[in-house]
Design a protein around this ligand. Structure first.
Ligand code: AHR
Length: 499
């Protein structure tokens, strides 16, 4: 019997709802078809946003959405995406499939989408190929309330009132697709560009996010902070980190989303678990500059990246999502919770039809992936207080070098005083008998919901409900603990009322 120790009296910090954030890029069928179908589409929509997708996203309480990229952000010129649609410039999306981008989804449409979702806005600006003036004017266009050239233009385009920009990214992957820069050079550019990301709204300042490292590039983190930090408060509020899970760890042949064996399953999870070391080591560098943890680590791209589905455009990054992905999501979301003192936002890549999507669409059809269901289980942590907890684990796996702990967990307390525990059982072979013990408190009630299945199980357009959550039984024992048996390959949420 593995023990889960919970000490509800020891709080470890607030779990920002943004830890369950999303990312949507002009890439493949994420924006077009996946989210935006236009007002004249036969697919039911509100102001062009498909209703089925918006409703499914509202269910998991999307807290924040990042847009327009990704690599696309550093090629995006926002003025191409405003004004009458028929007059908007068409361009080639050189990064992603070489398709025509007609700019029918632009700033107004993004803000409308966030309004419908009720989520915060995270705009990623263009440093790689854009000017300081362009970035500055975009911020003015979106947020200035008064008489100014950009505010007037916004009004002419049908939106008199300013919008709120919660987060603004100053460039994306500027070590790579965003300009192939050295960290010192990017750091200098960051200092310059961010100066003109003005706070026009006295009630709500924009959180500015600097481009951070790719995976284990600690040099980038150190040099950017050396160049950028220490310039007064408001200079930067966040530093990003990107890390993708590739089953093979090899960009050439990443591995298939559906065709994999048990060994590859464990290898994938092993790759995912590296996130912990990345958070710790980048966090340790951030601590040297910012011991009070005022700057958030913003993991604004994470998730699985497989070979594209056979027969699909390689530039569209379309992949299926199985129970393995639900576990990847569960592991990561538990880790983000555990490090909520430093990690302030994380955005899964990407929301619809791209990489580890929570939703897939095909014409008018839509399915919720196992990853969607994992987010549905974890949504109860949003805004809660992380509670001290730990679990006894043993190794699971089939090969030396690729063994993983069988269990991961995190526990939070919501405003109403209830505890929310989420656990993953990574083992494919063994159920885990768990006893949850609570320091100095008894348990009044416990309710569980579980997502479990074979490692390759997934939802398709013909069978959209193969993988779904079910009620899960846990018993309150005579000594006031909670006992339950977690089946192999599962993700569970327990809601616990204490006495
Ligand atoms: O999410 C797909 C791409 O991955 C993004 O455009 C880029 O930032 C990253 O390399």
């Amino acid at each position: 019997m593995a023990k889960l120790y919970v000490n509800p009296k020891v709080k470890r910090g607030r779990i920002n709802p943004e830890l369950q954030g999303h990312f949507s890029e002009h890439l493949g069928r994420c924006i077009y078809e996946g989210i935006y179908v236009g007002e004249n589409s036969d697919i039911p929509n509100v102001n062009g946003m498909r209703t089925d997708v918006v409703e499914a996203l509202k269910e998991i309480r999307v807290p924040v959405l990042r847009w327009p990229g990704g690599c696309f952000a550093d090629e995006y010129h926002w003025k191409d995406g405003i004004g009458p649609k028929e007059k908007r410039k068409k361009m080639i999306n050189t990064h992603w499939g070489g398709v025509v981008e007609d700019n029918s989804f632009g700033t107004h449409e993004f803000m409308e989408l966030c309004r419908q979702l009720g989520c915060k806005t995270y705009i990623n600006g263009n440093v790689g190929s854009g000017t300081v003036q362009e970035m500055s004017e975009w911020v003015e266009y979106m947020t200035f309330d008064g008489v100014s050239p950009m505010a007037d233009m916004r009004a002419q385009n049908g939106h008199k009132d300013p919008w709120t920009v919660d987060y603004f990214g100053v460039g994306n992957e500027n070590w790579g697709c965003g300009g192939n820069m050295r960290p010192e050079y990017y750091g200098d550019l960051y200092r310059r560009y961010q100066t003109y990301v003005r706070n026009y709204d006295s009630r709500k300042s924009i959180s500015k996010i600097a481009c951070g490292a790719n995976a284990a590039d600690y040099h980038w983190t150190e040099k950017v902070l050396e160049t950028v930090f220490d310039h007064g408060s408001g200079f930067m509020n966040g530093l990003s980190l990107h890390y993708y899970t590739l089953p093979t760890g090899n960009w050439g042949k990443k591995g298939s989303a559906l065709e994999y064996d048990e060994k590859e399953y464990y290898r994938t999870l092993k790759q995912t678990l590296k996130m912990e070391e990345l958070i710790r080591r980048h966090g340790a560098i951030m601590d040297q500059f910012d011991p009070e943890k005022k700057i958030g680590m913003i993991i604004d791209e994470w998730g699985t990246w497989y070979d594209v589905e056979p027969g699909t455009n390689p530039g569209f990054l379309y992949q299926q999502s199985t129970m393995r992905d639900a576990l990847v999501a569960g592991i990561n979301l538990n880790l983000f919770n555990k490090h909520c003192d430093r990690v302030k936002m994380a955005n899964i890549a990407q929301m619809v039809n791209v990489l580890q999507a929570v939703i897939l669409t095909e014409g008018e059809k839509m399915v919720k992936t196992p990853t969607w269901h994992a987010f549905d289980l974890y949504k109860h942590h949003q805004g809660g207080e992380l509670v001290e907890s730990s679990i006894e684990t043993k190794e699971a796996g089939l090969e030396a070098g690729y063994m993983v702990p069988n269990l991961t967990e995190s526990v939070s307390m919501s405003e109403d005083g209830k505890l929310h525990a989420t656990l993953t059982n990574l083992s494919l072979e063994e159920a885990a008998d768990i006893q949850a013990v609570f320091a100095d408190c008894g348990v009044k009630d416990v309710r569980g919901t579980i997502l479990t299945g074979g490692m390759r199980e997934h939802n398709t357009f013909d069978a959209p409900d193969e993988v779904h959550t079910r009620d899960f039984a846990a018993q309150i024992t005579a000594d006031g603990s909670v006992a339950f048996k977690l089946p192999p390959c599962s993700v569970v949420h327990l809601e616990i009322a204490l006495v």
